[in-house]
Design a binder for this molecule. Sequence first.
Ligand SMILES: [Zn+2]
Length: 477
Amino acid sequence: MRKLLIKNGFVASVDPTIGNIANGDVLISGDRIEEVGRDLEVTDAEIVDATDCIVMPGFVDAHKHIWQGAAVRAYCTDWSLDDYVNYIRLNVAAAFGAEDMYAVQLHGAFEAMNAGVTTAADYCHNIHSPDHAHEAIRGLQDSGMRVVWNYGFNYPPLENPVFKTFDDRVAFGRDVAKTHFSSKDQLLTLGIAPEELQHALDNDTLSGQFNLARELGAHIFWHCNSKKPLGIRIPRGVARVHDLGLLGDDILFVHMSATEEDEWKMVADCGASVVFTPDTELQMGMMWPSGDIAKRYGITQSYGTDITSNNSADMFTALRLGLQTTRCRVIDREDLLGSGVPFTCEEALRWGTIDGAKALGLESAVGSLTPGKKADLVFLNTKSLSLVGWDRSNVAGTIILQGQTADVDSVMVNGRFVKRHGKMVGDVARVCELLEAARARISETIEQWGGRVLNEGESDRRMAAMRSSESGTFARG
Ligand SMILES: [Zn+2]
């Protein structure tokens, strides 16, 4: 088995028993970490010099809709949640062909890995047809990134939906699982993303989606208790699944700012996790990340970048924004003065690595530099203009409040470098060409439809179409 000895880096392991090691070594054997320490005695390994680098576990982006990436980059930057739902989910989403799904997924994974993200939960809720799913998955397979791909039950209303009934979608979920996820030891694993409650689901439809996940051994990812979905607060999502007996430690609840006290306790009691996406939450009225509440209940919290149609795909920004807004919220509420601030950069580093891994059900595989785990690593170049002079006694603070994508020197996924010395290893030119072609196709279709923005009556009509019919049939007016 091929061995690599990463030598002389500043190892920020995020493993509590290993801690930080200045001038440390990491021995990689095949796709796994074999040993972490100082001056490791190895004679049969290829040496990788990590002098002047912080060597850390790859970031885990715990909530991301990769399909909604650079082909619609920055569409939403001045939009509210209502605008986002009406214009992207009920309009622009329908313009994506299967070929576009391949391009955006491949590109989105490249963009994330370039920024030091080695694992993501990809909430893929734009599966108009079987080919959309197959191509989305193929894009990720070709990228070499570790992804929990979530089979999303919802998609925009279409003129001729391929999936006519709920049973069709369940049956196709089983097909996808069999076709792409039957091997246990692969980079891509399966998740299920049930529809949100604003789709006016009856109990059987809601339970059916959670039950399919359990049948397939898939982790569950669910948008829940956002403050103002569609301008109407749909509260008590956690209580609803609790009453249906569907809670479990295999659920990652997304957003959650309108969660009530008894519901937080339900989440804690069942061992489920939460994920916050500060960029979209702060902008779109999904409100403050509830990191302080999650901590109070001992709930594992993670962070995500959500949509590149709005904000950047790097976890430096998501974690920094999450940490600083949570600090401010607590300082303001408790009128804190004097020494110290709530939450440490050390905690934020855990949110973005080991806690993210736990939230995705991958804690035994990734999230820290621990012998036996998969070799997913990031090297940050501390000789960069932005990191040089860094405080050797505060590596977490350096990463969280100082680091940026430009400092990501090398990235390894599963023992293989996907970025080396500041450059992606794969064919970036091809990835960008495919993405640009997808962008042009999608943009042309949207122009033919009369633009991104719908008038209010039209978006109401489409939402009603999606709610009133299982198939989401919609006649384009
Ligand atoms: Zn989301």
